[in-house]
Design a protein around this ligand. Structure first.
Ligand code: TEU
Ligand code: CA
Length: 570
């Protein structure tokens, strides 16, 4: 077998610039703020930084609505500062990956402005324009949309345009019109933009909802859902007919013949293990790895993401183990607990009660970083940051939550359930400022932060953890170092252990003569475990509780509540 790819032993850190660090006191994080904290990233030991979008944008979806792909939004800084950041990261051996948002642009992007100028516009076909169902009767009325597709951000996925009498497609906000990837000029414009960024020194891309770019061209209605006017038409736009062709073409036109290390990760809601294998097969030349969504959908009911049904930990474990096993021979996965779209890991999958917070944050880190795949750390996760204590609907800024609440009020839906959903899975949980220190604005800004700081910054912050033995940060640092040091973390085979135990999360990784045992107690009560004599003599590589024996003796072990350990036998 050829040498494993470099990214199999790499760890990626995600920065959501708006919430990372503010350098000029306007309350919004920026490139200057990131530049002030590059040593935090170097100390943690990550290999790659992924920056959420910093391009020019009206900020309808915090930058996921881009109006100029070739410039930095003044809110975040300048191109010169980005060059500075690339240099500062490269000097520390860290690569920089940019967010690539090309399923849609902003409606303020010149391409869309031109496209919307009229039916004869040369760029009309760059977006998806359609007539209403019945152009002879009241155009623009609800129900007249070209089909029943719903937007991820509530309501129809079609926006009526008075001037031309047609509708344009937007799978997300109405300010995020979908590009028409069937059009070759659109594709070439995207590829040349990607080349421009690579030439400037960036090392790759995280591709936003990239498995949505090839739509089923019939634009037929999705199967109706009783009681819903607009439905999620997933099967008609995800993993569509030409998706593999487009990704292979992109890879060929953008990356072919380029020297150096590059990284591409496709964000792919709804991707299956079978498809993930195809997307990441090196021989096909599409993307290096995918973000899949199965494990972050387990606490969601069938109707929508807001339908929070609580966590079934066994289902969570089975899902992640299934991905481990399915991609054992072929395919490469990303490993993540949270990101800017998901609630905080420790609140969702761990136990954020102050008594268990620290151990459970470390347990989650241990479980994820011991697996096969490329681990991602979302800003603040390395400190064990928690969900925000939302009190009312007004506390939410995110367009997804704001639109949802509007709909709840308009349609008289259950407000209590909506508020619970919003506080449990709302995206602003992940978007409160990074807690650098214990001061009132947590060292994030000298001004008024755009989203309030979590009050637990008084005890949960970087200053109290960096360099402090036993802290969540030091635990993450140790896990990242272990992946760099022992190839078994990167490419070892995976075997689940005690798979039907809802509390113990354990598995074994094997590479040649090396055997790695990862074990965590996902409950508050201590648990006694029989590991079997085969593990006698194993070395404790990392534990979450100080003072445990360095070497395993025959017999049982007892894990305290939420304790986790990693043992190596070689
Ligand atoms: O998200 C894609 C996506 O499908 C979801 O994770 C989305 O955030 C939403 O919660 C679905 O209910 C990507 C970006 O990560 C997200 O921030 C953007 O809002 C979205 O695409 C549109 O660009
Ligand atoms: Ca700022």
């Amino acid at each position: 077998m050829s040498d494993p790819a470099w990214f199999t032993s790499a760890v990626v850190y995600q920065i959501y610039p708006r919430s990372f660090a503010d350098s000029n006191g306007d309350g919004i994080g920026d490139l200057g703020g990131i530049l002030e904290h590059v040593d935090h990233l170097a100390e943690l030991g990550v290999d790659v930084v992924w920056l959420s979008p910093i391009y020019r944008s009206p900020q309808a979806d915090n930058g996921y609505d881009i109006s100029d792909y070739f410039d930095i939004d003044p809110l975040f800084g300048t191109l010169e500062q980005l060059d500075e950041l690339i240099a500062a990261l490269h000097a520390r051996g860290i690569e920089l990956v940019m967010d690539l948002v090309v399923n849609h642009t902003s409606d303020e992007h010149p391409w869309f402005v031109e496209s919307a100028a009229g039916k004869d516009s040369p760029k009309r076909d760059w977006y998806v324009w359609r007539d209403g169902r019945d152009p002879s009767s009241a155009p623009g009325e609800p129900g007249q949309e070209p089909n029943n597709w719903g937007s991820f951000f509530s309501g129809s996925a079609w926006q009526f345009d008075e001037a031309s009498g047609q509708y344009y497609l937007h799978l997300f906000d109405r300010k995020q019109p979908d590009l028409n990837w069937e059009n070759e000029d659109v594709r070439e414009a995207v590829y040349s933009m990607m080349r421009w960024w690579l030439d400037r020194g960036v090392d790759g891309f995280r591709m936003d909802v990239i498995n949505f770019i090839s739509k089923e061209q019939s634009f037929a209605d999705a199967p109706p859902v009783p009681g819903e006017r607009y439905v999620n038409a997933f099967q008609l736009f995800a993993n569509g007919p030409r998706i593999h062709e487009f990704l292979a073409e992109m890879h060929e036109r953008v990356f072919a013949g380029r020297e150096g290390k590059h990284l591409t990760v496709g964000e792919m809601p709804g991707v299956t293990t079978e498809e993930a294998i195809l997307y990441t097969d090196p021989a096909r030349g599409e993307v290096d790895m995918v973000f899949q969504f199965e494990h972050v959908s387990i606490d969601q009911g069938p109707t929508s993401k807001w339908d929070w049904i609580g966590l079934d930990r066994l289902a969570l474990k089975r899902s992640l183990h299934r991905w481990q096993t399915a991609l054992a021979q072929q395919g490469w996965n990303s490993l993540y607990w949270d990101n800017h779209d998901q609630p905080r890991a420790v609140s969702r999958f761990g136990d954020d009660d102050p008594a268990y917070w620290e151990q459970s944050a470390k347990a989650l880190a241990t479980i994820l970083h011991g697996m096969r795949g490329t681990p991602y750390v979302y800003q603040g996760e390395e400190l064990g940051m928690t969900n925000y204590p939302f009190r009312s609907a007004d506390d939410h800024r995110d367009v997804e939550a704001v639109n949802h609440w509007k709909r709840v009020l308009e349609e008289g839906l259950d407000q209590e359930a909506a508020l619970t959903g919003m506080s449990k899975v709302g995206r602003d949980n992940a978007r409160t400022p990074v807690q650098w220190d214990a001061s009132p604005q947590a060292g994030f800004t000298t001004g008024e932060p755009w989203l309030p700081v979590n009050p637990n910054r008084s005890w949960l912050n970087a200053v109290s953890q960096v360099g402090k033995p036993g802290s969540v940060f030091e635990h993450y640092r140790a896990l990242i170092a272990l992946r760099h040091e022992h190839p078994v973390f990167a490419t070892g085979d995976f075997t689940g252990v005690m798979e039907n135990d809802p509390e113990i999360w354990a598995y074994v990784r094997t590479l040649d003569r090396q055997r790695l045992l990862v074990v965590a107690n996902c409950s508050r009560a201590p648990r006694e475990l029989e590991l079997g004599d085969g593990w006698a003599g194993a070395r404790l590589l990392l534990g979450s509780v100080e003072g445990r024996a360095d070497v395993l003796r025959p017999g049982s072990i007892t894990l305290a509540g939420w304790e986790s350990r990693v043992y190596l036998l070689d």
